[in-house]
Ligand binder design. Structure first.
Ligand code: NAD
Ligand code: WQD
Length: 367
């Protein structure tokens, strides 16, 4: 995807040291954008950005700031002339959110509110927000989900993401300014083809892909496949896995859309519906747990050890996106299938068994 920078202006990326953030910063830099990252590093390390700098040869200014810290966030808005914000900063564990719902509401909702208030005070008009398919809860049927599907998050993480979407919309309504793309991601996996950046969970992963790759490098004993009695092709859960590089490109496409709309309107007023756009970010194709295992076996030349266990509470049989709206309006099409996703995830994990710590010789040679 080609995205043109706005001369003299910066893009603020919150949570840019994290998994999806670092891949998006990489794609932005490759397209010549000037990027500034804000992250409190609660679930990431600055090395991800150092590696992005190595890949691109471009400096990425980094500020260790919490997005809820308005005083310091304001200083960053004073320092740089931003034309857009991409807001990844947030907590994302469904499991942890059930234990600490307040922590999730505070970080994800208040963080978003503080950020948007800073944008409004500094007249920064554009935001791309990391939302989630988790907003759809347990879908009533197995049809691909459009943006019109019923919302009904079934855990505090999902509630915090829905509330954050609402906070953006309400503040943009109240202040009669602002444009947003709310991107509802399905299941991002994979890594940049360099094998230098990737997903780096701090604890035992809850998500399927990091669990599989950590099993393959011997950090975990075996994969538990949560149920094989769903009404799906092979009885295991089906999800819409999307390559993180495709997803990163989706953010560039969203920025283009916001800029185009700004140019078309040329200052004229637009309705809230025209200013706040919602897009599902998935491929439209679902894969079962056992199909992913199979792809990973092929990619790694190894065999993922697994056992079938009971279903995990709250899991739906199938969650697949209808990406038609993003295809049409953002001109965003995914390029990579599950085999590429697994090959890239495996390259990252096998070359960096401890994530950003203890780099392998392969990585040291590239650094
Ligand atoms: P991640 O944890 O790797 O990245 C999030 C980043 O935000 C981390 O670097 C973390 O340190 C930072 N952060 C958290 N709270 C912060 C705060 N208050 N101030 C500043 N920085 C803060 O997660 P990710 O997978 O890259 O996800 C990015 C975003 O996408 C999150 O908002 C997540 O909810 C959303 N999302 C992720 C998925 C997924 O499966 N990975 C799916 C849908 C939506
Ligand atoms: C995928 C499939 C499991 C782990 C979650 C969040 C969602 C979004 C993406 C942030 C399911 C099965 C998993 C394991 C397994 N994140 N599985 N054994 O649940 O679709 O979505 O991450 O917004 O909000 O809910 O992703 O990777 O956990 O599971 O069998 O050890 O793999 O049952 O079918 P999920 P996941």
């Amino acid at each position: 995807f080609i995205s043109k920078p706005v001369p003299g202006k910066y893009i603020l990326v919150t949570g840019g040291a994290g998994y999806i953030g670092s891949h998006t910063v990489l794609e932005l830099c490759k397209n010549g954008h000037d990027v500034v990252v804000v992250d409190n590093l609660c679930n990431s390390v600055e090395d991800s950005l150092k590696r992005v700098e190595i890949i691109t040869g471009k400096k990425v200014p980094f500020h260790l700031v919490d997005v809820r810290d308005k005083e310091n966030l304001n200083k960053i808005f004073d320092q740089y002339d931003f034309w857009a914000v991409i807001h990844f900063a947030g907590l994302k564990s469904v499991y942890e959110s059930v234990q600490y719902p307040e922590k999730y509401m505070n970080n994800n909702v208040e963080g978003t509110r503080t950020l948007v208030e800073c944008m409004i005070e500094h007249k920064v008009n554009n935001i791309v927000f990391s939302s989630s398919a988790t907003l759809y809860g347990e879908p009533k049927n197995m049809d691909p989900l459009t943006e019109e599907a019923d919302l009904g998050p079934i855990n505090p993480y999902g509630e915090s993401k829905l509330k954050a979407e609402q906070v953006i919309t309400e503040l943009f309504k109240e202040y009669e300014m602002g444009q947003a793309c709310l991107l509802r991601y399905f299941n991002p996996i994979g890594a940049d083809v360099s094998g230098l950046i990737g997903e780096n969970p701090k604890d035992i992963p809850n998500n399927l892909l990091p669990y599989i790759t950590q099993t393959l490098v011997g950090k975990l004993e075996y994969l538990r496949v949560f149920g094989n009695d769903y009404p799906t092709r092979d009885g295991t859960g089906v999800r819409d896995y999307v390559h993180v590089v495709d997803l990163a490109d989706g953010h560039l496409a969203a920025l283009e859309k916001l800029r185009e709309n700004e140019e078309i309107r040329a200052g004229a007023k637009a309705s809230l519906d025209e200013r706040v756009l919602i897009y599902n970010m998935g491929t439209g194709t679902g894969y079962s747990v056992l199909e992913v295992v199979d792809s990973m076996n092929k990619a790694s030349g190894k065999e993922v050890p697994y056992k079938i266990t009971d279903r995990r509470e709250g899991d739906a049989a199938q969650v697949v996106a209808c990406p038609a709206k993003a295809n049409k309006e953002l001109k965003w099409y995914t390029r990579f299938d599950v085999n590429v996703m697994c090959a890239d995830a495996w390259r990252w994990q096998s070359q960096n068994p401890d994530g950003y710590e203890n780099p392998s010789q392969f990585v040291l040679d590239l650094l």
